[in-house]
Design a protein around this ligand. Structure first.
Ligand SMILES: C[S@@+](CC[C@H](N)C(=O)[O-])C[C@H]1O[C@@H](n2cnc3c(N)ncnc32)[C@H](O)[C@@H]1O
Length: 208
């Protein structure tokens, strides 16, 4: 792309720049991101996160499990103002970081932070997102109870997506779940990434 990647965020251009500044400063100082991540925040973290956008239906309720510094949940919330997002994070320091970021970015009306372990949380969301949280088998065990009828788990897995899905085939079948790998263009780059999309067998498809 020719312009600045922030321009992909349209009306949230300034807010996504502000979020990247927060990641590069407080995120590194608080130890949520390694010091070397500062140089690759846009490609590796922000644009990679919004690759999931085509899998999220208009106006969806989304829970981002193991959100850490807000990835992919916060870039998705800024990229898609129609979404209502819950950032679920078990660690106190990280949930405090998320609360500050949500407030500073002016997102409090449609993004909430919940400090809890996924397996202890109760809720019913159209989409569960997760990136770099746990192997697929374990993630699915935690997240299936959080998925509303017709909804899905979308796990951003990158190049390991097919192998992880294959490794989980038996347990998915046993739990009457179906999984597919989705290849997703990373906006503003020539790259693609991969997510595993999991649904209950026989549920209506509400996602593309
Ligand atoms: C490697 S970090 C990834 C953070 C972020 N998703 C990303 O892509 O940068 C994993 C995060 O998941 C959180 N986590 C791990 N197990 C969890 C669980 N059972 N419930 C909620 N959060 C969990 C950790 O505290 C950590 O913040």
């Amino acid at each position: 792309m020719t312009g600045h990647p922030a321009e992909l965020f349209g009306p949230s251009t300034e807010e996504i720049k502000q979020y990247v500044d927060i990641l590069a400063s407080r995120g590194v100082e608080w130890g949520l991101l390694g010091p070397r991540e500062g140089e690759r925040l846009w490609d590796r973290h922000v644009l990679n996160s919004v690759a999931l956008a085509p899998l999220l239906p208009e106006g969806a309720t989304v829970v981002d499990v193991g959100s850490g510094a807000g990835l992919p949940g916060l870039p998705l919330a800024l990229y898609r103002p129609d979404l209502k997002v819950t950032l679920l994070e078990s660690l106190l320091r990280r949930s405090e970081f998320l609360e500050l970021a949500v407030e500073e970015l002016g997102l409090s009306d449609r993004v909430q932070v919940v400090r809890a372990r996924a397996e202890d949380h109760r809720g019913s969301y159209q989409v569960v997102t997760a990136r770099a949280v746990a192997p697929l088998d374990r993630l699915v065990g935690w997240c299936v109870p959080l998925v509303a009828p017709g909804g899905a788990i979308v796990a951003l897995k990158g190049a390991s997506a097919s192998a992880e899905l294959a490794a989980s085939a038996g347990s998915l079948r046993r739990d009457r779940l179906t999984g597919v790998v989705r290849e997703l263009p990373v906006p503003g780059t020539d790259e693609v990434t991969w997510a595993v999309e999991i649904r209950r067998h026989g549920d209506p498809q509400t996602l593309s």
